[in-house]
Each structure stands twice: as C-alpha cells, then as structure tokens.
Design a protein around this ligand. Structure first.
Ligand SMILES: [Zn+2]
Length: 477
C-alpha cells in the first residue's frame, strides 16, 4: 500500500516568492502558506467533507465518478474500447451501482495498456511518471498529474489531525531516506521549510538509535512519521537498552506497510502515545485513516470510490466478512484507474462509526495478500508469518529478523543480534518458533550483520524464493 509523497512535489506547490527564501527564513513561514493556495483550499474542503452525511458523500461520488468515466471514455483509447465492447456510455451512469457493469482491472492490464489509458500527452509538463515500489517482481509504472500532491497532502494532514498533528509541527521521518552523516557524526538532516527531521532507517544500529533518540529530545513537541517496521526497531531498542523514550513525542504516524497489532502495542507501550495509521496507494485510489477513538479505518469518500468485493466480485455488505479493496480514484486524471484491484484485503465493518459518529465506510484489518509474508510448509500449505505471532519477549534482543525460504518445509531465520544477545535468546527463539510451526517448517537460526530492506527502506519479513509464492508486493502506501 501506498504512496510516495515526494518533498520535491510539496516544494513545487509553494508560491514562487516563498521558494526564493533562504533556509533560515523558510522556518518562519507557516507551512499552510508555504504549501500554497491549492493545499489550503483542499484542506478546507477535506475538513468539511469529513463530517458530511452519507447521502451528501454519495452525491459527491456520483458526480466525481461520472466525471472520471467521461474523461476515460472521451480521452483514452483503452477505456473507449472497453466501454464500447459492453455497450456502456458514461451518460447512462445514474447510480453508484451502475459501476458494477464495468469490468475490474488489475496490474497486468495496467502494465500492458498504460499508454492507452492516458488522458493527456505524457510529455506534458503537468505529468509525472511514477512507479510503485516492490520488493520483488516488476514495479508498476504509470503517469499521474502533478496537482495530486496538494490534494493528497491535505487529506493526510487532516487525517493526522485526529491525533493532534497540525501542519508545521516538527515531524521526525524514518521512512527510507538515505541520510548521510553530518559533521557531528549523526545521520540527520533537517528541512526547515517542512520542519522535517530525517534520520536514516537504513542504519538502525544501537549506537545510531541512541543518538537519534537523544537528538529528538531537543526538537520540541513532535510527531514520528515512520514505517511500522522502523518504529518497531526503535521501540525494541528502547525496551532492551532501557533508554528513556523522548518525552516530547506527541504521536506516531506509521504508514506504508502492514500494521501488525503486536508492533502497534509495543510502540504504544514504549512511547506512551497513540499509534495512528493511514492506508493508501501511489495510484491514489482509496485513502482511509484510522479513527481517533479506535483503530478502525475510515474511508475518505471524496478521495476515491472504494468497493469491497468477494471472490465472485460481488460487493461485501455483511459486517465481519472480508473482501478485496477495489478502487476508482478521483485524483489521478492523467491515468484513470477505474475499478482497480489493489490486491489488499479488508474486513467490512459498516457505513458509520459508532465511536465518532462519522458516516463513512469503515474497514478493519487491512492486509496485502500478495505481500511476501508467507512460509510454505512441506505439504504446500502457506503460513502467514504473522500467525507466528510472537508478542512475548522472543525477539527482544534481536535488532532485525527475516525468514529466507528456498524450499517448502524449510527456512532460515536470519537475525541481527542486538547487544547482550546470547545462547538463551537463541534457545528461546528456537523453542517458541518450533512450537508455533509444529514441524510444518523446519528452520535454522543464522546470525547475520545486516538484513537488506527494500529499495525504499521497508522491511522484508519473508524473503520468499520459491517461485509462484508471494509475487508482487504491496504498492508504496
Ligand atoms: Zn470513528
């Protein structure tokens, strides 16, 4: 899942006079001003739409869908052909359910036809070429309009506002940016315009993490903007080293990877503040943010149209049932994504939240089913590594870990030992895992100095090398 929000793009949103300011002065400009009128207009809209009634949202969706269908039909060769084949004209689109007449599309279709899906010349200055990250397989590439950043950022900052974030507050970012060492030997960089403190999550050694945490104490009230895996590494370090967590941390925004409940609980315990997540994609299809009162995801109905479909591609309408998230984005007007299968699964909860009263589609337990997170047993069955569910002290003195599997029924568990890792840890991990795996997968433990992360710095928990298993990874949400 989700989303590359490039700083370069945020910068391009800024009015020209602001961009010409020197670094020190930039820090004095309120961030909403710096991000420009498009951001502020969008932020005001999103704020209002957050409290719309269900009917009001559906009316907006009907209008937005008709627009994107018309655009796709009028300006792209691909959709013109597909709609004509089934006798569908966007003018006939009267009801949200009419969308079900259209076929769903997926990565394979996009890969084959993406040039026929564009509504503008791809050489246009307003068009970016982007790709979703992938730990394996071929990254998915497509075109998208530059205006997306202001819209996207408005949705994100409004979502983060549910746990107290306001644009302009310092953000500590541990999200796949390679940060060189500064003159004081710290892997830290500061962007005065955005108030972002970047630390390198490619170098999470105990020594560096200790220095990061010390540095964070001096930056005033801040929020963490992290991958679930990078904050898990930091939380485990604090727990095992006994370091004091920064008292000026106000909240944790953890995105772009699956959120595992154990990691959430550990981080909330260690840091003593709320762990909050949003779900989205680089393709800008569906954006959902957690409730301030619960960990249920609230789908932003004005960002895109979200369908949850079962195996027969019928809508899931029974609370508690799971389905695949299929999205039609409103924001990407360069490459319309109409009924695009995200490969992510979620549990349907309902159309309103009892905790906050918002009339929005509520989802729970969003998981990518194509992520590489399964081990294959000797009998060919697949075991999700989350099922191994070690929320005890099993990995407390381990910095990072990863399964590597080349043959069904066998795996190697690589671990990067933390300080004080010893025989007892080795025995505990072996016992605990063996109990869970019940002989389905025999594994051996191998201490290593380093475990590679994805090109964007995300954790890969299972390096699955058996062909046909795993496959494409979740996009860059
Ligand atoms: Zn709610």
């Amino acid at each position: 899942m989700r989303r590359s929000l490039s700083v370069k793009n945020l910068w391009e949103m800024a009015p020209k006079p602001v961009r010409s300011l020197a670094g020190g002065l930039l820090g004095l400009v309120p961030l909403p001003v710096l991000l420009g009128g498009a951001f502020r207009r969008n932020a005001r809209f999103v704020e209002r739409a957050d409290r719309w009634s269900r009917d009001r949202t559906r009316e907006h969706q009907l209008h937005a869908l008709r627009q994107i269908l018309e655009l796709a039909y009028d300006d792209t060769r691909y959709y013109r052909r597909v709609f004509d084949d089934i006798g569908f004209e966007p003018g006939d689109f009267r009801d949200l359910d009419d969308l079900q007449r259209l076929p769903v599309i997926d990565k394979a279709i996009l890969r084959e036809h993406h040039l026929d899906m564009c509504t503008r010349p791809v050489t246009d200055a307003s068009v970016d070429y982007t790709s979703t990250g992938g730990t394996s397989g071929v990254p998915l590439q497509f075109h998208i309009g530059r205006e997306r950043s202001a819209i996207e950022y408005a949705y994100l900052t409004t979502s983060w506002g549910r746990i107290g974030y306001r644009p302009g507050m310092p953000l500590v970012v541990l999200r796949g940016r390679v940060v060189p060492m500064n003159r004081r030997g710290l892997r830290h960089e500061y962007d005065p315009a955005l108030r972002h403190h970047y630390y390198s999550n490619f170098h999470m050694t105990d020594e560096n993490m200790r220095a990061y945490v010390e540095h964070m104490r001096g930056i005033g009230d801040f929020f963490l903007h992290v991958y679930p895996s990078s904050v898990a590494t930091l939380a485990r370090f604090i727990r095992r080293s006994g370091a004091r967590p920064p008292g000026n941390l106000r909240g944790i925004i953890a995105e772009s990877e699956i959120v595992y409940p154990d990691q959430r609980r550990l981080a909330e315990e260690v840091f003593g503040c709320r762990y909050f997540s949003c779900y989205g994609h680089t393709e800008k299809l569906v954006l959902a943010a957690e409730c301030e009162h619960t960990t249920d995801y609230h789908v932003w109905g004005t960002y895109g149209y979200c369908e949850l479909l079962d195996d027969q591609q019928q809508p899931v309408t029974t609370p508690g049932e799971r389905g695949e998230i299929v999205g039609t984005g409103f924001i990407n007007t360069v490459t319309p994504f109409i009924r695009y299968r995200t490969g992510d699964l979620a549990t349907y909860v309902g159309e309103a939240c009892e905790a906050c009263g918002r009339e929005q589609t509520i989802l729970r337990e969003i998981r990518g089913h194509r992520t590489q997170e399964v081990l294959v047993a000797g009998d060919g069955s697949e075991i999700s590594w989350t099922a191994l569910n070690m929320h005890d002290e099993t990995f407390s003195r381990v910095r990072q870990f990863q399964f590597v599997q080349e043959r069904p029924g066998e795996a190697v568990l690589r671990v990067v030992p933390g300080e004080d890792f010893g025989e007892e840890d080795r025995r505990r991990i072996t016992e605990s895992l063996s109990r869970k795996l019940e002989g389905l997968v025999a594994f051996s433990l191998k201490p290593v100095d380093e475990i590679p992360v994805s090109p964007r710095g995300k954790a890969i928990y299972v390096d699955q090398r058996i062909s046909g298993v795993g496959g494409a990874s979740r996009g860059d949400a």
